[in-house]
Design a protein. Sequence first.
Length: 129
Amino acid sequence: MTRHCRFVWENLIRQSPAKKTALIAHSAGGMCTADLIERYAKEFFKRCEALVFTDSGYHSVFTSTKLTDKMVERLTDIGIHFKAYRHDHMEVGEVFKHQNGAILEVSAGTTEHVLTTGVSTPAIKDFLN
């Protein structure tokens, strides 16, 4: 999967005339995002203006030894994590009382992992705007 993400970065994103990029990563996409940051940190931080995770293991993004304090701050500023809620239904975008990482964690509005991106799409659009 990380090879595919590298291919996309090198052949689509890198070649794109767009100066700014929003990255949306579902599930194992958090691991792929960590790989992209590890390999293309300078480009990543120059291009990426928004980083959205949906029910993703994004914490590996912060384990890179290449991250500076400024990079961590940037990830925190541009990132959000829409998580499946495990107990009761919570409204999409409702902030979880207990945060588990450096990126703001909010409800995806569903308890089902597979539905987190679809159900939270309107809130993702709002975040990107």
